[in-house]
Design a binder for this molecule. Structure first.
Ligand code: 5AD
Length: 326
């Protein structure tokens, strides 16, 4: 294996289709241990609105899906959920939602940032609210938001435009540079196994993460949603997703790489395996059951108990892998 080769598209394609990928996995696991240690960070995700103006072909919350259940949390609900998550031990709160301009105008993100930071300034706040303007980003950053997540989804301009009606990958990448410019820790990422995606495109995805010098990268399998135009397509494979994760770890030794919730949809085993391919983060939903069912990006099993019990279960899973939950 030649690590320098992984800085080129050709080298990455060769690695992605290697007959024996195990040397890459071992290297990724070693780099993860050397650079990030054995800690696994558990993040709390609050999905504040299932309303979205975008019409992405893969997503269950696309505006054309008239069967989707729509909700918009109130200020009290979002703040209270965030406070409960902090009380349960979470050190990062991720505020994520569809692109819902009405929610954004209500100032709820702003209020939640203030309330959480007042309670404990050390708790990190991550925002994942789609493509915002420079002014909106600046304001969230000034209030104390620490990180911003916006996956590029696919780096290929044609595939990007096919999947995202009316949008272009150039704007998306521009948006990511803007997020960096505002001083956020910046997260991007992409889906694996999208219809029409080639290994060359995946290589471009990995090179884009590197070029952006992402602080975080979410890489997960595409899961077909029955109420979308891609309903009859195949899901992305676990093997290819693990290869992408391992290569991302090799290219970005210091990044935080989550096991995505989409991987958990494939199986619990899949999630565990991802931790040996370079991953060091897990995101867990903390909303009430009713909202969790409604926020259906892709179909998956949902089992809701309590914020504390679920956190303990995630901690146990991490400990069972010989790692340290944080
Ligand atoms: N399969 C996998 N991931 C999906 N996302 C949305 N729809 C799907 C799907 N069908 C992911 C996208 C998006 C995030 C919110 O969820 O990567 O960035």
């Amino acid at each position: 294996m030649n690590i320098d080769e992984l800085k080129t598209k050709e080298g990455l394609v060769k690695a992605l289709k290697a007959e024996d990928f195990s040397p890459y996995t071992s290297l990724a696991d070693k780099i993860r241990k050397d650079h990030k240690g054995d800690q696994v960070f558990i993040r709390a995700i609050i999905e504040y609105s299932s309303i979205c103006v975008q019409d992405c072909n893969y997503c269950g919350l696309r505006t054309s899906n008239a069967d989707a259940q729509r909700y918009r949390m109130t200020k009290e609900e979002v703040c209270r959920t965030a406070e409960k998550a902090v009380e349960a031990g979470y050190r990062t709160i991720v505020l994520q939602g569809g692109e819902d301009p009405v929610f954004l105008r209500q100032g709820i993100l702003e209020e939640t940032i203030k309330r959480v930071k007042a309670k404990d300034p050390e708790v990190a706040i991550t925002i994942s609210a789609g493509q915002l303007t420079e002014t909106e980003l600046k304001r969230l950053r000034e209030l104390g938001a620490d990180r911003y997540l916006m996956k590029h989804e696919t780096a290929d301009p044609n595939l990007y435009s096919q999947l995202h009606p009316g949008m272009g990958v150039g704007d998306r990448i521009e948006g990511l540079w803007q997020i960096k410019k505002q001083g956020f820790e910046t997260g991007s990422g992409f889906m694996v196994g999208l219809p029409g995606q080639t290994l060359e495109i995946i290589a471009q995805d990995l090179l884009l993460l590197k070029k952006l010098a992402c602080d975080m990268a979410g890489i997960g399998p595409f899961i077909p949603h029955p109420k979308t135009p891609l309903a009859n397509e195949k899901a992305g494979s676990l093997e290819l997703t693990k290869r992408c994760l391992a290569l991302a770890r090799i290219l970005l030794p210091d990044a935080n790489l989550p096991v995505t919730t989409a991987l958990g949809v494939l199986s619990q085993e899949a999630m565990k395996e991802a931790f040996s391919c370079g991953a060091n983060v897990i995101m867990h939903k903390v909303n009430d059951e009713e909202y969790r069912r409604a926020y259906e990006l892709y179909p998956g099993k949902i089992q809701v108990t309590s914020i504390e019990d679920e956190r303990r279960q995630v901690e146990d899973l991490i400990k069972s892998l010989g790692r340290i939950p944080v």
